[in-house]
Each structure stands twice: as C-alpha cells, then as structure tokens.
Design a protein around this ligand. Structure first.
Ligand code: ADP
Ligand code: ZN
Length: 529
C-alpha cells in the first residue's frame, strides 16, 4: 500500500472495500475515519462489536506512514496481526513475547516505512528506547485502544497508560484516536483530561444492544439453574459462563461436562498453553461453552456467542456491560443471564472492606458495587437502567425479565425493622458478632444448637419473623445490604448497622423492597461430576 497510490485511488471507502471486503461503513465509522484522516484527534465510544478497529485501521492505510496502535491485549496481538496480514495489510507488533531477532526485524520494518500498522504494548512507551525508535519512522496516527485503562475512576486502570499523555507532546502533529467500549461520563471526562484530548471530537455511539435479553435471577442452586438455562434455551449454542474464582471455574466446567455440555475452563491459574488452546478451540469450534474468570474475553471477536451467564455478581456495571456485550455480536437474539444472591453482596462488601486500597479506592469500589446492586434490584426495565448508567435514555424494552414479568414491590419497612433490631440487640446490647444465618434463625424462632448456646431464644426478637420464609428473609437482608441499610464486617462477615439503619429503626424511613419472582420449578436432572 504505497502512500502515493492511496491518494490517487482515493479514499477510505475504497480501502474498506478492497482491503477489508465490506461494502460500507457502519454507524459513526465513516465520520470518524474521515475526521482522523484529516488529522483530527478523536475519542470514540462504541459498544463491543461496534467496529472500533476499522476506525483506526482504515485511516492508518489511507494516511502516509505507520499507524501505531497501543493495546493492552498482548495475548491477542499475534492473532490481530495474523488476521491483518491475511488481508494483505503490512502489520507487526512489539511486546515482551518477541525474541531479540524478531524485535529487531519489526523495528527495521517500521523505520523503513514497511509497516501499515504497528501494535505496541503500553509499557513499551515508558521506555526511551521505544520513543527514539518511533522518532526514526513516519507515524500516520496513534490509536489508543481500551482507552478507559487510563482512568483511575474506571474499573480497569493500568498505570502504564498514564505515559500516553506524552505522545502528543512529542508528536504534536500526529492525530490520536482513543477508543473504548466502556465509559461513563466520569470515565469519559478523565480520558479527555489525561490524554489531553479536549480539543478532539467525541463520537459516542449508542450503547443499546437490542438483541441481548437481560435477565437477573435469584441465586438458589446456581449450577443447576445454569444447566436449566442451557438445556432449555441454549442447547448446542456457544456461550461464556463467568465465575468469580478459579476453583468455581473448574468445578462448573466439570459439572457441565458431566451433564453432557461441552465446556472448557479458562483462568489465569492455568498454564499459558492450556489457556491458548482453550481459547482457540472456543473461537474455532461450534457450540462450546467457555467457563472463565474475567481474565477471559477482552478483545475476543466471536460473532455467534449466544449467551453470557454470570454465576457471581460483577463488581461494576461497566464490567457487566462489557462482559455481557460479548454475546450476540452478529445481531441475533442472545441472552445475558446473571444469578445473584445474598452471599454475593456479603462477599463483595467484605472484599472491598478488607482490600488493600486506600479510602478513596474503597469508596470508588463501593460506588461501583452500589450501581451494580441497583441494577440487580430494580423493578423497572433493566435495559433502560443500563442505558441510563451510560447517560442514555431509553423506553422499557419489553424484552428483559423485568419488562416480561414485572416484579412486585412491597413495603419492607416492618421486616427491615425486625431484622435491624435483632442485629441491634446482638451488637449493641450483647456485643456479639453474627452473620446472616444466625440472624435469620433468630427471626424464624429456630432453636438450633447455636441459638441455645448463646441464649438467643431469650431475645425479644426471637421468632418475630415467622411470617416470612427463610428465602424471603435472605432477600430482605440482601436488599438491606444492597441499599446500604446494613453492612458487613470482618473475617466472618458479621452484620453491622449503618448510619442509615437508625433512620429505619427510628421509623423515619420507609424501605421499598422487590418481591423476588418465584422461579418456575425445573425438571432437569443433573449429574454431579
Ligand atoms: P469492536 O472492536 O468495536 O468490539 P470490531 O472492530 O472487532 O469491534 O468489529 C466487530 C465485528 O464487526 C468484526 O467482525 C468486524 O469485522 C465487523 N465489522 C466492523 N465494521 C464493519 C463494517 N463496516 N461492515 C461489516 N462488518 C464490520
Ligand atoms: Zn426491559
């Protein structure tokens, strides 16, 4: 692709058709490409699958010089470069996986103007040697992929991204295009400031993914619930199941295989070659289920992922949106399914409380979690809530679980008072520390060994909660935690009151709760591995 030819043969559209084989640009792509070719800076917000890559690949081919792409997805660089080379694009990458010889070859190609695209890991740019190398060649543009990694407010901060500010000080004439699929207003502002992109143009595509059906269900027996979903609606489909821990990834994958569903595990504790192999199989074969931690998925481009299931609560709405966004890139109906319960809230609150981060970090994590919990507990359309989180408005979608079976809400004030006053008595009057299990046993008036041992049958709240079932009490405590009317503390996740609890106990505040819909009884038989 000689630069003079490009000028003659014209424009972006021709590159799109000749090199990439697509008839036309999609959505904002055309406008973005035009803007960057003309030398403008840009911030591009586009949902996963929206087609961000072409926004810098096409300008890199049209403009003279090499497009330098900064990407944190080191594991995928080889694949991305191979795919481009297969299209006849002269592409290379520099990251820690290369041998000395390989590195020297790529460097020479860049300096000689023999590369259309050069992919770089962000930490490369912290080295003066790389900067000097870049000085020796001609740069068509800088593309900053996964630009939200520069944001400390975001959920995926990478310190190396902070060095990207200097790009434009060193190369003021080279256009920069920052791209991300996840950015709230706060993250977007931070990207603009940190990268000094204030004068650039912003291209914000809608975050709506109308073909994805969002469902969040109460967690009972998660593996079995998952199996019901797969057998009932996604037999033979490719999908991703996210679990929080490596151990549960392994167990869940084994469980699915034992029940006749082809599944593979993926987490950072597995050998690199195993991970690579499982990822390659998932991409190439039909109908495989990948059971993974969130280590899996960034940059994965598999169009026919029919479902994304979460067996544990994501830490933020951004994470949830990004992970579920891997479903249905081909535009066909797909499912985003999440099982969520009391234990998730307890666990995540506890993780934040005991984290190493400073106070500001814990506050941020808390705010992220609160937004995720609000999405779980909402009685209105999930899609609308999700879009609102990204500052878009929406009308009830008619397709998510809350639209299809609107959950009832109920006045949970009295129930909340019963639970909170039990905890008050344990903590304030007796200075004892107990978790949700014991509190529920007391409310239900159960004379368990532990209740007898601690004289909890003598408490005035013993048995005052017999009007609700154990499951309903778990729902009450979960929602109190979700609404910040309760907190957890310490190694044993003991329940503690918050400042807001006293408003409820003092009858100054009402508590609205969501009635968990009773799930249809399942008939699936399961085999344990
Ligand atoms: P993102 O990086 O935003 O997640 P990609 O750049 O990987 O998305 O593109 C997602 C998919 O859409 C890819 O398979 C890509 O080839 C396809 N695609 C992108 N732009 C177009 C277009 N203009 N016409 C047809 N297909 C496109
Ligand atoms: Zn809806």
């Amino acid at each position: 692709m000689g630069s003079t030819d490009d000028v003659v043969l014209g424009d972006a559209l021709q590159v799109l058709q000749r090199v990439f084989g697509y008839p036309e640009f999609r959505g904002d792509q055309g406008a973005i490409v035009e803007h960057v070719i003309a030398g403008g800076d840009a911030l591009v917000l586009m949902p996963t699958g929206g087609g961000k890559s072409l926004c810098y690949q096409v300008p890199a081919l049209v403009r003279s010089g090499t497009g330098v792409v900064i990407s944190p997805l080191i594991a995928l660089m080889q694949d991305q470069v191979d795919a481009l080379r297969a299209l006849g694009v002269r592409a290379g990458f520099l990251n820690s996986s290369l041998s000395w010889d390989e590195r020297r070859m790529v460097e020479a190609e860049f300096v000689n103007g023999e590369l259309d695209l050069l992919y770089l890991a962000p930490e490369r740019l912290t080295s003066e040697a790389t900067l000097r190398l870049l000085d020796q060649g001609e740069i068509a543009l800088f593309a900053i992929d996964e630009a939200h990694c520069v944001s400390q407010w975001g959920h995926d901060f990478r310190p190396d991204y902070l060095s990207l500010t200097h790009l434009h000080e060193r190369w003021p004439k080279v256009p920069r295009i920052a791209l991300t699929a996840t950015a709230t207003e706060a993250t977007r502002k931070e990207i603009l400031t940190r990268l000094e992109l204030g004068d650039g143009r912003q291209f914000v595509s809608s975050f709506d993914r109308p073909n994805i059906q969002y469902r969040i269900v109460g967690k009972k027996e998660p593996k079995k619930q998952l199996l019901d979903l797969l057998r009932g609606e996604h037999q033979g489909d490719a999908g991703i199941v996210y679990c929080l821990s490596r151990a549960s990834v392994e167990k869940t994958a084994e469980f699915l295989v034992a029940n006749g569903i082809p599944a593979l595990p993926y987490h950072a504790g597995l050998d690199g070659s195993v991970r690579q192999r499982n990822q390659a199989r998932f991409l190439r074969e039909d109908g495989l289920v990948m059971v993974a931690t969130i280590a899996f998925g960034m940059g994965i481009d598999k169009p026919d992922v029919r479902f994304v299931a979460h067996l544990d609560l994501p830490k933020s709405v951004e994470g949830y949106y990004q992970e579920t966004g891997r479903a249905g890139r081909d535009g066909l109906p797909s499912t985003a399914w999440l099982a969520y319960g009391l234990q998730d809230v307890v666990q995540q609150r506890k993780m934040i409380e005991s984290s190493e981060g400073d106070l500001a970090f814990r506050r941020r994590s808390q705010a992220h979690l609160d937004a995720m919990l609000a999405l779980c507990e909402t009685v209105t359309c999930r899609r609308t809530r999700l879009l609102e989180y990204f500052n878009e408005s929406g009308v009830p979608c008619g397709n998510c679980d809350t639209c299809l079976t609107p959950p009832e809400s109920w006045d949970g004030t009295v129930a909340a008072q019963k639970a909170l006053s039990t905890i008050y008595r344990l903590r304030k009057e007796r200075n004892q520390k107990f978790g949700a299990g014991q509190v529920i046993d007391i409310l239900l008036g159960r004379k368990t060994a532990k209740v007898i041992q601690f004289d909890h049958d003598q408490l005035s709240t013993f048995g005052i909660g017999e009007d609700l079932t154990e499951g309903e009490w778990r729902g009450v405590i979960r929602q109190l935690l979700a609404q910040g009317l309760l907190a957890v503390e310490g190694e044993y996740s003991t329940l503690v009151l918050t400042e807001a609890s006293s408003e409820v106990l003092g009858r100054k505040r009402e508590v609205k709760m969501r009635k968990d819909p009773t799930p249809a009884r399942s008939t699936t038989r399961t085999a344990s591995p």
